[in-house]
Design a protein around this ligand. Sequence first.
Ligand code: HT7
Ligand code: ZN
Length: 841
Amino acid sequence: PQTIYLEDYTPFGWRIAEVHLTFRLAPHATRVLSRIRFDPAPDAPEQDFFLHGEDLTLIRAAIDGAEITPALSPQGLRCAVPDGSFTFETEVEIAPAANTALEGLYMSNGMYCTQCEAEGFRKITYYPDRPDVMATFTVRIEGTEPVKLSNGNPGGSGNGYAEWHDPWPKPAYLFALVAGDLVNHPGSFTTMSGKEVALNIWVRPGDENKCAWGMESLIASMRWDEKVYGREYDLDVFNIVAVDDFNMGAMENKGLNVFNSSCVLASPETSTDANFERIEAIIAHEYFHNWTGNRITCRDWFQLCLKEGLTVYRDSQFTSDMRSPEVKRIGDVIDLRARQFPEDQGPLSHPVRPESFQEINNFYTATVYEKGAEVIGMLKRLVGDDAYAKALDLYFDRHDGQACTIEDWLAVFQDSTGRDLTQFKRWYSQPGTPHLSVTEDWQDGTFTLTFAQHTPGQQDAQPQVLPIAVGLLGPNGDEVAPTRVLEMTETRQSFAFDGLGARPVPSILRGFSAPVVLERATSASEKSFLLAHDTDAFNRWEANRDLARACLEAMVTEGTEPDDAWLGALEQVVRDDTLDPAFRALMLALPTQAEMAQHLHANGVTPDPDALYAASESLRNAMAARWSGWLGDLRAACTVDAPYDPGAGQSGKRALGGALLALLTRLDGGAAAQAQFDAADNMTLQLGALGCLVQAGTEHAALARFAEQWRGDRLVMDKWFALQVAATAPENAATRAEALTRHPDFDWKNPNRFRAVFGSLAMNHAGFHARDGRGYRLLADWLIRLDEKNPQTTARMCSVFQTWRRYDNARQALMKAELERLAAKPGLSRDVTEMVTRLLG
Ligand code: HT7
Ligand code: ZN
């Protein structure tokens, strides 16, 4: 496959003012007619006229009305064109019903829908399918489907047709079309300048009762973006459509967002609190793209973090405002460490702005998205809130309607703050996670912290700019120096705090102010002190996490008993009624076995998945036994006696109650869980209880009842598939996953169902890493099968092998053999070829 390089960027030779498209829908033979006016671009280098096009049957092509016979290749169309402006017309035929890759125009449950990001538009018609070509679109859809939608504002409609016009110039990746038998949940929003916007969530008949939360979240997002960023919506309508077969979470097409149904449909009976929170965040994310992504888009796909990093940052601010900022930050860091750190530290490592790729779909990664958002958080921390707001205003003013680069983004900050960001820009180009070590000195009332940074595995890494938020606590636990952001720019650098009466205890990297690994040799008693007193909620949680990791590490490597002192300190926090229950639930959660494997590997110890599982189990048993006297009472105090509400107040209580139930199950064999399951009137309680029963091995009857109750609900049945594999004992995980693939409802071509089984298998750490290689083999078998239908989802799933070099020689050999088996498969897709090559490289 061909490698594309950032440095090879050249602008397209023509501009397009307006695109006219007509779709004549038919499952096996849809006709797409396009009429496009091309004008020479004055500053572009001379080039051949080439339009992307894949899997298209060309029926007719014409220039200025005269038929032509262009040269066709699997990648597109080439032909001679006039020197000046001209009108280019094509008619092509495509087969949406045969499109299992879910890219371009495809069908899901009889409904037509599209997914064009990143390069799917070229599977619909011949076009310069690159984000820097922006045009207005006028679309006519002909077909018998009762609902026919596209981007922008509705135009005329009548017997068998509907027209749409999008007045905002956009790249083709934001094009969308949906047609089918759909019903809508309506809403409305009045913008800050008094414009009425019609809102709709379109779903399959029967799903109407699952739209209220999505609508509430959309309205909250629109209001928030006006209030916090001054951004107003710009069309008469905003449509959202729920689709069952979808490769990712959702897509921000202009005025017509398309959502994986799992990311928009919700009801208390069928969705957990976590589902509600995720839906709220994804609706916000896609809506926020209207300004950060659509009005201002990317010049090329190397600039993906320009829209994704910023939009993730914006959606995390939104969730912080809607819920608890502390709990949100802790959740984000858990996620970053679980998904981005392994990427940054393994064979898939790449900069936030990659410099080359073969298949761009493989770069929709945690590094581009989540580390990209961390970089923006650091920039804001360095320049301050007011300067950030000013810079964003300038960004929107200066670049509205443009396709931009990271250079444009940083120039806005440089120009508005006067700050030189040359060194900061390294965050976009240097891969790897910096490690930050720290030593302390105390003399005559002055406390000095000396930091050193290095990035393992990256010999050429230059020092990064690190905003290190630090506060100091006095010996009695009072804060003697409030949070101050130290700006580290060198490899080694000292910062002094003077005028102190006694040697303080430092609280370093508060709020996880930079995405680094903090290496700090401190005593357990100092960590316990921070756990008890730190005023920074993140660092309080972090102190607990450090102690939990140390405890598990000692249990695994030295065979010690669980750490009594730590469990005593943790008990204080968990039982402290003045603290947010959601925070207390996070404190109770142990590091996952995958996180422990990462931690051990970083410390030069080869992780043994079986030993990690055994240690986690024995620590949980010890917690349950030690706290048996109060677990039940505290759980009872978490009961919610009010109608279900997915907000932070109730969901925090349910999260704490759920964590306590998991411990109680270790004492009562599942009696309390069974009672909760039987009485549950919402999915959070029902699924939480079922998970406990699976863990206890007493789930048989409950599982059958659950399936009986929810047989007709695809999204709930995904949970049924997932839970059995994720929560079962490791020795059963692969066998259970394999058995589920023979279940009549295992629709493996549906990405949600495939992920429910195999994503869960990968999450069952010791189960996936079964010593005999059963887990690896089963997954590889199915990846080989799925690749023929859906390369994008297959390639994404390959990343579960990214940590393969962490493990012992025998497991490494087994994983390597499966990757080689995948690589050797004749006809392997470009997507998976690139992933496997990088994984093995
Ligand atoms: N911008 C979108 C990313 C995307 C995508 C979504 C659905 C299916 C395939 C896709 N390829 C790329 C989603 C987002 O970040 O908001
Ligand atoms: Zn996005």
